[in-house]
Design a protein around this ligand. Structure first.
Ligand code: ZN
Ligand code: ZN
Length: 581
């Protein structure tokens, strides 16, 4: 079977289960009113009106049992059509079904299709399986209940939605449940709270996270590494203001193209300012600050810029979708002959960085122009040069990549880099993009060898498109067990009792002097409790300090994920950590 046929078959199975659910509910709750029951991504649901008593999560067990019982009876799905007035008569006790039939009437329909399963008749177009022997009683599970408004409108009644999971086999169902548990365990908001990484408070503002000490410690380690890596590759760094004047965004074109994604303007002293949605316009001004010659190129200028973009509140999600974030954008100003080498260098940098954060797999996607479209700015010959250089660099680097014709932005072609998350899904983490718009709008130039003024090529290169989003990805990728170099706390010292506190404090200071992020737990609690806390915080090295450790020069070190301890001297441990950093 093809994938598509497979999916269609699965959808039929899932939808058929929703009828079985409704039939089971009808037997157990004769007065219930029925709404609708479609197939969804992982199974199915059905919306019911149970009256004012409703049902509870515990009731699902009995309903599930009833469903299994119905499936065993090998009931047939039989189809019949009715005239609309006959249908209304049949459904006279079903207000929601009546509304649906009346909707069909308004749409000019004459007849309505019904399916009967056991004692349950429902208006439905199908298709379904022929009979319940095609459904596996051990391949479904009722999942949960939730409130849902009739027709999705809060003006209507709140109904009870029963969700079920359904697959073709028991094995697939079990695999799905296992994957979902794993996903919940890795949820970045859950781990973020457990490890004290970040918080989001309504008083500060939605989508505006506060990086707590542990999260910020990790983030600084990542930032420092990125900046040092860029310096090694000849980048220089600047810092531009968070608010910029309206005129700057008129020049850049953001106010005509991007205004809906920007925060409302700030008026002061008869001038208008905007929170910057990107650092690029001010970055272009930094280039223009002094005249440039061909000897200055390629010029690579990076910035860790705080930017603000308006996202609808419904879209906001933990660190993944925020309104204020930090972008590691850089601009590479170069000539056309330098393009391929510059792309290659960016890919090399990406490679080093991704390996350091632990990514094993990532994919490349090249978004190109469509020569038949006239939506693009810039000269056609420059587009061809840039696209060829990108393709050449990707091939030279030995990457596999896909090409997407017509997917380029109006201002230039780009390469998107997608990291593969633990569940095999792709997530965009970096973008490398040529821009034919800003150099023109800002009239960027350099003096070439022949004394002529020329326009440089500009590459935007966001190694980390958003620190916030990237960090949420890292949390889920590593389930919070970060590599030592960016773990928030690298060593945790735990005192056994009161008399060991002084030694613990002294030792902690020695680790801090060696630039190791160290915390102590000297609370008056059991050692077992303190170990549990440090385990939850996912600290790479945990040291319990009692009489024995004070008397000898060995420390008993518990490594993350290990139940046993190893004996190391202080120097050996410091050396071990330094090497992994
Ligand atoms: Zn149906
Ligand atoms: Zn940029």
């Amino acid at each position: 079977m093809s994938n598509k046929e497979n999916n269609e078959q699965l959808e039929i199975i899932r939808h058929s289960f929703s009828h079985v659910l409704a039939a089971a509910v009808k037997e157990l709750y004769p007065d219930v009113k029925f709404a609708i029951g479609p197939a969804i991504d992982n199974g199915f649901y059905y919306d019911f009106d149970f009256g004012k008593d409703g049902i509870k999560e515990e009731d699902l067990k009995a309903i599930e049992k009833k469903m299994k019982h119905l499936i065993k009876q090998n009931l047939q799905f039989s189809n019949f059509d009715l005239q609309l007035n006959e249908a209304l008569e049949k459904m006279k006790n079903e207000p929601y079904k009546q509304e649906l039939i009346n909707d069909l009437k308004k749409a000019g329909e004459k007849e309505v299709s019904f399916y009967k399963l056991g004692n349950f008749e429902d208006l439905c177009k199908g298709p379904h399986v022929e009979a319940t022997n095609k459904l596996k009683a051990d391949a479904f599970k009722l999942d949960r209940i939730a409130g849902a408004y009739w027709k999705g409108s809060e003006k209507n009644n709140m109904l009870t939605r029963i969700y079920g999971l359904a697959f073709e086999s028991k094995k697939e169902l079990e695999e799905y449940i296992k994957m979902r548990e794993e996903m919940e365990a890795r949820n970045h908001r859950k781990i973020g709270a457990e490890m004290g990484l970040f918080m989001i408070s309504n008083e500060v503002g939605q989508g505006l996270p506060i990086w707590l000490p542990n999260g910020y410690a990790s983030r600084r380690a990542l930032e420092d590494y990125v900046l040092s890596l860029e310096r090694r590759y000849g980048y220089k760094h600047i810092l531009t203001p968070v608010i910029n004047k309206k005129e700057l965004f008129e020049t850049s074109g953001h106010l005509s193209h991007y205004k809906e994604d920007m925060y409302a303007p700030i008026e002061i002293d008869d001038e208008t300012y905007y929170l910057k949605p990107m650092s690029c316009p001010a970055g272009m001004m930094a280039y223009k600050h002094e005249p440039k010659s061909y000897r200055d190129l390629p010029l690579k200028i990076g910035e860790l810029g705080n930017v603000y973009r308006y996202e609808k509140s419904g879209q906001l999600h933990g660190l993944q979708r925020v309104r204020g974030f930090t972008q590691n954008d850089a601009h590479i100003f170069c000539t056309d002959e330098q393009l391929t080498d510059q792309f290659l260098e960016v890919f090399e940098l990406l490679d080093i960085f991704y390996k350091a954060v632990g990514f094993e797999k990532y994919t490349f996607r090249l978004s190109l122009s469509d020569e038949d479209s006239d939506k693009y700015v810039g000269k056609r010959e420059d587009w061809i040069k840039a696209e060829d250089a990108m393709r050449k660099a990707l091939k030279k680097a030995g990457y596999e990549f896909t090409e997407a014709k017509g997917e380029a932005a109006f201002y230039g072609p780009k390469v998107d880099i997608q990291a593969i998350n633990v569940f095999g899904k792709e997530d965009s983490v970096s973008t490398v993009q040529v821009d034919f718009n800003l150099p023109e709008r800002f009239d960027l130039t350099y003096i070439d060898k022949d004394g002529q003024e020329k326009r440089p090529f500009v590459i935007h290169r966001a190694l980390i498109g958003s620190f916030e989003r990237f960090f949420s990805f890292l949390i889920e990728y590593h389930a919070g067990k970060f590599p030592v170099w960016f773990a928030p706390v690298q060593v945790k010292l735990i005192s056994v009792s009161e008399k060991h506190i002084e030694y613990v404090q002294k030792l902690a200071q020695e680790f801090r002097n060696a630039q190791i992020r160290t915390e102590v737990d000297i609370n008056d609690e059991t050692v077992g409790n303190k170990i549990r806390k440090a385990t939850q915080e996912k600290v790479p090295y945990m040291l319990v300090i009692g009489d024995q450790e004070i008397d000898s020069d060995k420390l008993s070190v518990r490594e993350r994920g290990s139940r046993d301890t190893v004996d190391l001297s202080k120097e050996e441990l410091i050396d071990k950590i330094k090497r992994s950093v």
